[in-house]
Design a protein around this ligand. Structure first.
Ligand code: SF4
Length: 244
């Protein structure tokens, strides 16, 4: 398939048609199609190395261990996440992990005490997550996320393909539920993130993540009580941080 056939330029309708066209594929087949054909050499997986990230990382490694994997280190992550990342990268043999970091000058100017999360979490996410990711994804035409419909009410209608500016976002696990995730982890004997056993089914930054109680959404522990449900990387086209 030629490059121009799958470049969507923000066309949500075209993204929806793409999703319908490949809806019959299982996640592994969809990933192979995207990595080897639709966006060969122009696609990256974005992973938080969080609670169930091992599933998508394992699927991608089975296709091509050299697939670029972008990891945003906000400098506010749980130390367990960094240890888990290193262990998973080694176990799966991932050879092209890109760590995206916040701009030190911006941190020095806007968050020198590392407490911006308390006064302005949206701005904190902007400078620690969204801008570094936008910078890291320059040069890619598509990126893969691990989001799933069952995670929260706000993700219930998550499609397989999204048009995001000039970039395409692919959500191969959109239809996976908790049972499917657990079955995959068990079938492939994948190691759990150490915080999962402490009731963290969704893991972000340390100051903004709390354990979840029985019956709550998986993401209920993210920004608990703050009226915030997403960090911003999924709320619109990513820039390279031009607004900072
Ligand atoms: S999740 Fe919290 S600490 Fe992390 S970047 Fe967003 S506001 Fe800052």
């Amino acid at each position: 398939m030629a490059r121009h056939d799958v470049t969507l330029f923000g066309d949500a309708l075209a993204a929806s048609r793409l999703g319908e066209r490949f809806a019959m594929l299982d996640p592994q087949a969809l990933l192979r199609l995207a990595i080897e054909h639709l966006y060969a050499g122009r696609i990256a997986l974005v992973s938080s190395f969080g609670a169930d990230s091992a599933v998508l990382l394992h699927m991608v490694a089975a296709i091509d261990r050299a697939t670029p994997v972008v990891f945003v280190d906000t400098r506010q992550l749980f130390p367990q996440t960094l240890t888990y990342r290193d262990a998973l990268v080694a176990q799966l043999g991932l050879s092209h992990v890109i760590t995206a970091l916040p701009d030190e000058r911006v941190l020095g100017a806007e968050d020198p005490e590392n407490f911006l999360w308390a006064s302005d979490p949206d701005r904190c996410c902007d400078i620690r997550k969204t801008a570094p990711l936008g910078q890291a994804l320059q040069g890619y035409d598509a990126w893969i996320t691990g989001r799933k419909q069952f995670q929260s009410a706000t993700r219930a209608a998550l499609p397989l393909f999204e048009a995001e500016g000039e970039r395409v976002k692919i959500n191969p696990l959109a239809g996976f539920d908790a049972t499917a995730i657990l079955a995959y982890i068990k079938a492939h004997d994948l190691p759990p993130h150490p915080l999962v056993a402490q009731n963290y089914p969704s893991i972000g930054c340390l100051p903004c993540t709390s354990p979840v109680k029985p019956g709550e959404d998986q993401r209920a522990g993210r920004w608990r009580g703050r009226g915030k449900v997403e960090c911003g990387i999924h709320l619109g086209p990513l820039s390279a941080g031009a607004d900072i």
